[in-house]
Write a protein that binds this ligand. Structure first.
Ligand SMILES: *Cc1c(COP(=O)(O)O)cnc(C)c1O
Length: 817
């Protein structure tokens, strides 16, 4: 068994659910928990799971997309979904896990299970690199290791695989048992369990005990006493054990580690013999992960010589997709890390988010997948490309070229990367989103260089997954039904335009708000269809507002009158948002304006979509009485307005810190801004938020400074004892404020925090790097998760908002997904 699909009736028996099955013979290939990941709607089973969002809310969408099989736990009116099969269970997550466990039970192939706090994904990907020539491996996609990710990973097992590698991650006690039942590993691997005291566990020991539950039934357990601290081996799981250590006796006993630039020589004792291995990495984490892989190769029966040879060929694992602007107004998604069908599907989803270009293009290399015939493999790829709406296809490699007939007639094929590069001057690319995806050996980074613009060496990295995480964190604080408006004004707080809006649209926020109409027009032109509010409309842009379907924020009588005057007669009423001033005294209708406002609202030309106010001190407890007063004034004015209108527009008041502090004032919608970027002075637990933005630059010169010399304009920089300075490519024109000069600001270089020397210049500034070995071209971190924007803001007496929005437009934004 079996690629062969299961009938819905069989699956219903396995999860023991009550059924409504108009089509009991329907066959299921794919399990889906996210309506956006549906590949083949007819063969999909949608499980409505309550995670950060309630999956039941997406049943209509999944049905619309063609799905006809559902597992639900909420009462659902099945008559709304003609022809669809429904299975009712108490717990849909549990049902997903039962289905995966059932599938797992059908296979007898060796399964490697990996857990630990750090390194799971790298070890999994490296084992794939080390073993894929000998095995047809099924593995967790990306880092799918959660209560939902693990069952979805295991569900991929099929007849053609002869080895499985899955990772499992847990965040609190009690979770591992469920994952153990699904993975049932034969070989267990424990990676670094980390020192951090985790939420969800009382102690490190409790965390370790919970993790080890994954290996309860394992034949082999691969571990390091350096982590487990357990000389008492009998307490560890696994019938057979294999240990490695850098500190003492072990099956694989490391006797010396010599890192140099870019590689490390490791000596180790195995079965009484000394072996030497050179790995192409020198950081501590990579060395540990390589040792774990070394141990695993030995357990799998590889000779020490073969193991050492393979470890020498490891390559870095960068699972992130990057989006950069390219030549001729193209956007380029660079993914030269791997080429297999599951990561291709993920990359195509990201390509699909790019609405800013009319055309989507894929440049793909031969896939390094065995086990399927070429015909089956590439027919699958061709159909995936069709489903995902790819307009243009370029295939590179002998295999793809041989299968050209499976692809559309206008697809182009080249036997290898050199042939493509030779032809490049004659191939035209313009205004398209291009996904470059190739296996390592095709060296597609050469293609990505041709397609992307040369970078000025200062970049703002924007981590889209972290942004989505932060959004979902705030949504998890909302009561059911409360909508979200994402504030993307000021170039999304400096982080981007359609790149951010595409993600927010995909994440299904309800509204976007921009400050000015032109920001909104840019979003509409880039394919953003969400309702848009424009906060500072003025008569010059009314026409554009109407043409592009953007609703104005109306904040006083003159603006309302001029907008109504502008609107043509006898058309559908146009949506507007009313802003009430309850204490900010910036823009908004005050109480005195009410009589005239109410009179004007009788007009049939407009429809009030929402009424809102803005809190002036939602983050400060000392002003809570004032906040309460603002909310009370708002309620009162809102009541007067609805009494006049006879319908109830959406009400909203909370910004980011308001969401954290005033759960009872969520009303119908909240407006989230800076929280998306991981800042919230009112957050109860900052661990809930992830860092989205990192600003990096590079060293352009290193100079030794003799005693008595000065640095920079006005001679303000001095190093009394002399020393070394590094000139870096960021200045006040990039947004690095002049107030950071003369040691006020600090940057990270080679892991060390160093101060500025002298004043900040327009395009550059100087750092005191005395005593640190620094070279031209070294990366310099202006801010990141450790050296945070909040710290920078404090240094110059401002707020994170200003630091964020100051990063100038000439700094290139690179998006990671
Ligand atoms: C900018 C803005 C917000 C978002 O505020 P954050 O503190 O960044 O969450 C909300 N409402 C209005 C009216 C705004 O102008």
């Amino acid at each position: 068994m079996s690629n062969s699909p299961f009938s819905i009736s069989l699956l219903a028996q396995i999860i023991a659910g009550r059924t409504v099955l108009p089509d009991p013979d329907a066959v299921i290939f794919q399990l889906v928990t996210d309506s956006r990941n549906i590949r083949d709607a007819a063969g999909a089973l949608f499980l409505a799971i309550r995670a950060q969002r309630n999956g039941h809310d997406f049943i209509p969408q999944a049905y619309e997309a063609g799905v006809r099989n559902f597992v639900v736990s909420q009462e659902t009116d099945t008559s709304l979904y003609p022809g669809a099969n429904f299975i009712f269970v108490a717990d849909t997550l549990r049902a997903l896990q039962q289905l995966a466990a059932f599938r797992r039970s059908l296979f007898r192939i060796p399964v490697i299970g990996i857990t630990g706090s750090n390194g799971k994904t790298i070890v999994k990907e490296w084992l794939y690199q080390l073993l894929h020539e000998d095995y047809d491996i099924v593995r967790s996609p990306m880092s799918y290791n959660s209560q939902i990710g693990v069952p979805l990973s295991v569900w991929q097992m099929s007849d053609r695989h002869n080895l499985a590698v899955f990772e499992a991650g847990i965040s609190t006690r009690g979770e591992m048992e469920a994952l153990e039942a699904i993975i049932q590993p034969d070989i267990g691997i424990l990676t670094n369990i980390g020192e951090a005291h985790n939420q969800g566990f009382d102690s490190k020991k409790e965390k370790l005990t919970e993790k080890l539950k994954l290996f309860t039934g394992a034949e082999w357990f691969i571990y390091s006493p350096d982590y487990t601290g357990a000389p008492d081996v009998s307490a560890l799981p696994g019938k057979k054990k294999f240990s490695w250590s850098t500190r003492g006796p072990a099956d694989l006993q490391v006797t010396s580690i010599k890192p140099s630039t870019g590689s490390t020589q490791i000596e180790a004792l195995y079965r009484g013999e000394q072996h030497s291995c050179i790995i192409p990495f020198s950081d501590k984490a990579s060395i540990e992960n390589a040792l774990i892989c070394w141990a695993t190769l030995l357990v799998l029966g590889y000779s020490p010589a073969e193991a050492v040879k393979r470890l020498g060929r490891l390559t870095g694992v960068d699972m992130r997709l990057t989006l950069i602007s390219g030549i001729e107004n193209c956007s380029v998604i660079d993914d030269s890390y791997s080429a297999d069908s599951s990561s291709l599907a993920i990359a195509l989803d990201f390509l699909n988010l790019q609405n800013q270009h009319p055309q989507k293009t894929v440049i793909l290399s031969d896939l390094l997948e065995t086990g399927k015939t070429k015909e089956v493999l590439y027919a699958g790829i061709a159909s995936l490309l069709r489903q995902k709406g790819v307009d243009r296809f370029i295939g590179i490699g002998e295999n793809l070229s041989a299968m050209a007939n499976l692809f559309p007639a206008d697809a182009a094929f080249y036997p290898d990367t050199d042939a493509f590069i030779a032809a490049f001057p004659d191939i035209s690319f313009a205004n398209e989103a291009i996904l470059i995806k190739g296996a390592r050996r095709f060296e597609f980074e050469r293609i990505s260089k041709l397609l992307t613009l040369k970078t000025h060496n200062t970049v703002l990295e924007v981590h889209l997954n972290a942004l989505a995480h932060n959004l979902n964190h705030y949504r998890s604080l909302l009561k059911p039904g409360v909508k979200t408006m994402a504030m993307v004004k000021a170039f999304s707080y400096g982080s981007g335009s359609y790149e951010i809006a595409n993600l927010l649209q995909y994440q299904k926020v309800d509204y976007l708000a921009v400050a000015y109409a032109d920001e909104g027009v840019a979003l509409r032109k880039a394919g953003i269809r969400l309702p848009l509010m424009v906060m500072s409309p003025d008569p010059a842009v009314f026409e554009a507002m109407i043409r592009y379907g953007m609703a104005p924020e109306i904040y006083n009588i003159p603006v309302l009158k001029s907008f109504m005057h502008f609107l043509p007669d006898h058309v559908e009423p146009f949506n507007i948002h009313l802003k009430l001033d309850t204490g900010m005294h910036r823009l908004g209708f005050g109480k005195d304006d009410l009589p005239e406002l109410l009179q004007l609202l009788l007009s049939e030309k407009i429809k009030v979509e929402s009424v809102f106010t803005h809190l002036v001190a939602s983050d400060e407890a000392k002003h809570d009485a004032f906040t309460a007063q603002q909310l009370a004034r708002f309620d009162e004015m809102y009541a007067a307005i609805t009494a006049q209108l006879g319908y109830q527009p959406l009400r909203h008041a909370l910004n980011t810190s308001g969401i954290s502090r005033f759960p009872d004032a969520q009303m119908d919608m909240v407006r989230i801004g800076i929280g998306l970027y991981g800042f919230d002075s009112a957050a109860r637990d900052t661990d809930d938020l992830q860092t989205v933005l990192m600003l990096k630059t590079t060293v352009s010169q290193v100079t030794t400074l003799p005693v008595g010399e000065t640095v920079g304009y006005g001679r303000s920089g001095t190093l009394p004892a002399g020393g070394t300075i590094a000139t870096v490519k960021i200045g006040y024109a990039d947004g690095y404020d002049r107030r950071f000069g003369n040691g006020v600001g600090k940057m990270m270089i080679r892991g060390r925090l160093v101060p500025t020397v002298g004043s900040i210049c327009m395009d550059m500034c100087m750092l005191d790097v005395s005593g640190i070995e620094v070279r031209v071209g070294d990366e310099v971190i202006v801010f990141d998760a450790q050296h945070s924007i909040a710290t920078l803001a404090a240094q110059i007496g401002t707020i994170p908002y200003e630091i964020l929005t100051s990063v100038s437009q000439r700094v290139k934004r690179v998006y990671f997904y």
